[in-house]
Design a protein around this ligand. Sequence first.
Ligand code: SF4
Ligand code: SF4
Length: 275
Amino acid sequence: MFSFLSNFFQKNFISTWAPLPLSACRITKPYLLERAGILDGTAVMIAVPYFTEACTDPARNLSAYAVSKNYHAYFDFLFNELMPLLKERFPDRKFACFADHSPIAEVEAAARAGLGCIGENHLLITEKYASYVFLGSLITDESLPAEIHPIRHCEGCGLCQKACPMTECGVCLSALTQKKGALSAEETEILLRHGSVWGCDICQEVCPHTKRALQSRSIFSTIPYFSEDSITHLTLEILDGMSEETFLERAFSWRGRETVRRNLLLLNRKGDTQC
Ligand code: SF4
Ligand code: SF4
């Protein structure tokens, strides 16, 4: 099964993955494992790189993860291809795939599997792609050869904490851009100061691991999905021109069109005032 997975991931341009015994994972949602009928076995941890050339656009006003189409759709596509192949090849084994809504603590498990270290920004930092990865897991009742690594932490340079706007105002800018309804005067001021329509990458951008990965160009994803239909600078015209179907394909759609629209209107108003 290991070599089967190795071939599959290679064909799909995924190089950062590793198995970890399920017993070494911290189980946070046991009911998901019960539902899959898996009590023991292996969690194959997968780090999917998503940073593309488009993310280097200086005019970008979206978090890098939202430049491409929705990553949930990517995982659906990947797992819908993988699962039938596994079931056909290993009919006696059980499998379940997860991304985000996972039965295990994914960042911790990925670090234990040896995919990278955990940053002070709480993200997994891989050597090639820094923290610009989406984590997913394939869980099986098969015992795959696996190494358990001690959890490594980043060097703790503190640059992410220093640069974080949350330290000054107690609100994560990323969460703020996703907040529904009207923003308070203070929240509006923070949004305008940072100019982000969706998300915040500050704690990733200042990290020396990101700088190294950019310098060596290892950061760039070679997965075609993440380079298709990129939007780097979202405008009201682009948003209003999107059909509901196209809008739902984007990562910034999950809080509804009005939340994104509100941010764009506030930022446009600021532009008008400055002129
Ligand atoms: S995403 Fe932005 S606001 Fe949130 S913790 Fe990171 S730097 Fe701070
Ligand atoms: S900026 Fe420094 S402290 Fe923050 S995650 Fe990167 S290496 Fe760690």
